[in-house]
Design a protein around this ligand. Structure first.
Ligand code: DX5
Ligand code: ZN
Length: 212
């Protein structure tokens, strides 16, 4: 299992230390949640802060946009050379065009699905995607309870991938911890995002390892 700790749950008063400490674990990505106060009722990291995270991080960045204006934020973050940028299908009128744009910038393109959005809505996009991020909470906040129907959605998505011969990573975000990690693995999930579970554990290495 690949693990992407979410900096949203880090102590922002000691962000440098937190980034260095999390990069010392066996984690695979640093998950960066970007919120605009419109698409979701919260605001998080702007380009100045993400830039300092990018400078410090020794692990690739996995940027999760939760915004109305995806184009604007992609232009803002692309120069930081993240490994992945994912945007919500629910916030985009022209997802196919946006996938091409992200890829043309040399970045892996992902689409995020809210809990109510069916994997079938990706039927005509799957071939072009590098990653699908399935929300297992409603986006906007850390520390929420895991919504179990994501497990069936991940299985259905895996099936759809097989039928189409598509190869994209499946990532799950929200409420991930040791009680659901085995079910996520069994459902075919490749990457889990973990905020609260890792950052409130007291031992980041141990927490990341327990998910891996
Ligand atoms: C929620 C964010 C998540 C959040 C996960 O909108 O997308 O990445 O940080 O936090 P936990 O693991 O605490 O649910
Ligand atoms: Zn996220």
């Amino acid at each position: 299992m690949l693990v992407a700790p979410s900096v949203l749950s880090a102590d922002f008063g000691r962000l440098n230390e937190e980034i260095l400490a999390i990069c010392e674990t066996g984690c695979d990505y640093i998950h960066v949640d970007v919120m605009d106060g419109h698409f979701v009722p919260n605001m998080t990291l702007g380009p100045v802060v993400v830039q300092s995270i990018a400078k410090l991080a020794t692990k690739p960045l996995d940027i999760h946009l939760m915004v109305d204006n995806n184009n604007f934020f992609i232009d803002l973050f692309a120069p930081l050379k993240p490994e992945i940028i994912s945007f919500h299908l629910e916030s985009e009128r022209h997802p196919h065009r946006l996938i091409q744009k992200i890829k043309s910038l040399g970045i892996k393109a992902g689409i995020v699905l809210n809990p109510h959005t069916s994997e079938q809505s990706l039927k005509y996009l799957l071939q072009d995607l590098d990653l699908v991020l399935l929300m297992s909470v409603n986006p906007g906040f850390g520390g929420q309870r895991f919504i179990k129907n994501v497990l069936q959605k991940a299985k259905n998505l895996k099936e759809l991938e097989k039928i189409q011969g598509a190869k994209c990573l499946i990532e799950v975000d929200g409420g991930v911890n040791e009680s659901n990690i085995n079910n996520l693995k069994e459902a075919g999930v490749d990457i889990v995002v973990a905020g609260t579970y890792v950052f409130s554990s007291g031992d980041y290495k141990k927490a990341v390892n327990s998910l891996k």
